[in-house]
Design a protein around this ligand. Sequence first.
Ligand code: BG6
Ligand code: MG
Length: 220
Amino acid sequence: MSKTGFIFDLDGVIVDTAKYHYLAWKKLANELGFEFTKEQNELFKGVSRKKCLEILLDIGNIKATQEQFDTWMVEKNEDYLEFIEKMDSSEILPDVPRVLKFLKERNIPMALGSASKNAKPILEKVKLLHYFDSIVDGNSVTKAKPDPEVFLMAAENLKVHPSACVVFEDAVAGIEAANIANMTSIGIGDESILSEAKFNFKDFTEMDADFLEGLLNESV
Ligand code: BG6
Ligand code: MG
């Protein structure tokens, strides 16, 4: 079936914000007296802020009161916002604008499907907001990836059947969500981690026009 709706995750697909999420969580972990590694951070990709804090406290073996939990959620986000404050177009991942332009020129409906509550201001900062016909983010959904809600809502907003949608994702939870939604999942990043994806690319520089044409013309 030809693909007529394209859905992009944000963090780690469009912009390299995963490193800022990591730094903010690491700062909190260190304040609470334990280490937080880059390997552990893999578990945080695509996962909601609340769920991330739950995992972090598990790693540190820390029991929190509701009040402490809420305070740490706010603290992490304030630190994260400080890291991204000065973000600009230079932090767009390689060849993302080429792919967005390619699809836009062909009038292909495009949506953002992100777990982040900070998605819209980030797209504004890097000046890519205008490419998207719909933004579905952490403020719009009630169920986090791997639940397919975020992508199904995006497909509905684009008025495209889920099976005709393509999802670009860098997180295991996101690939799982796309597969459950019966969409074509494309892993961006490490193929050994994203092995459940239908197609894999290290980054967008490896995705040529022929592949994109193939998706549009049902030949891949
Ligand atoms: C996802 C990131 O896109 O958004 C996660 O991959 C992050 O690491 C989640 O926890 C929520 O982001 P935010 O900006 O709402 O804290
Ligand atoms: Mg991501």
